[in-house]
Design a protein around this ligand. Sequence first.
Ligand code: UD1
Length: 341
Amino acid sequence: MAVLLAGGAGYIGSHTAIEMIEAGMEVVVVDNFYNSDPEAIRRVEEITGRKIALYEADVADKEAMRRVFAEQSIDTVVHFAGMKAVGESVEKPVMYYRNNLDSTLTLLEVMKEYDCNRFIFSSSATVYGEPDSLPLSEAAPKKSVNCPYGWTKWMIEQILTDAVAADDKLSVVLLRYFNPVGAHKSGRIGEDPKGIPNNLFPFIAQVAVGRRDHLNLFGNDYPTPDGTCIRDYIHVVDLAKGHVAAARYAAEHKGCEIINLGTGNGYSVLEMIHAFEEATGIPIPYEIAPRRAGDLPVSYACADKAEKLLGWKAELTLTDMCRDTWNWQSKNPNGYREEEV
Ligand code: UD1
């Protein structure tokens, strides 16, 4: 039996493929390479020494997905196949709703046809909206979010919750990611955003490698000790191992479980810049810029439920996150492409 990684060539999917293979699981990848590169899967094969069944297809394409399920014995689906840029989602909301919701609905329909009942979903801490208290526990209410991307996560969680309520064979785990950063220790795979990075760590890495001349730090007048926003950064390899644990959990349980994947520690933007400089010895020039619309001052997880239910907790440190990000970026200054873009 195999785990289907929908969107498995992307940043989190490719790291999860490695951890699952190393845990003895078989994986099948479907990806349309909209925001990913087939080279990532080639490198996962190189790292693990295993050939991966790879289908180039849109996860929303029902006929293509039926072919995958007909050819492979799939017992668990992990759904990473979503568009994820906050700003782009504000400009192209219909594209975001169409893509992110359709892929989920198609997966649920085809899974039912093939009696596949385990679904792990890449959700986001963004569904918590503005927290009433910290750390954020799974018991906190979902609130209004700030962009169509966030609403797609919010709505897909609701769709999956309703699907479970109507089908007692289904087992769903909603994984709410905090801020994934870092890369595999080999430096062969990592985060490779197309165009100008939206997120902090890929931007810092591109400044370090000389692709950008400075970082714009969005706001230093927040109500935090140093005035910059605080987030719960989690190493992508820890996050990937959380999916291994979630897949095992889904095999043993029915129903729908919400689980945070974070470390429980918050670091400010300035602390992240300084940690990166310290771990790599490379200065990161930055300029204070206006606040970015929609940013929350502070967000970090209560990570207790993951430990209790999954027996999982994040183990890698901030230094690991910085060092591994730099190892990937310095060995692959243009990501998976050979030429600068
Ligand atoms: C963002 C999204 C979130 C999404 C996640 C993963 C917003 C409001 N939230 O999380 O919904 O799930 O990405 O895609 O966009 N920063 C800078 N300069 C930069 C980039 C970021 O100062 O060039 C700061 C931000 O203001 C923030 C922190 O770094 O305080 C982290 O930003 P980012 O990496 O984009 O993550 P989130 O905003 O937490």
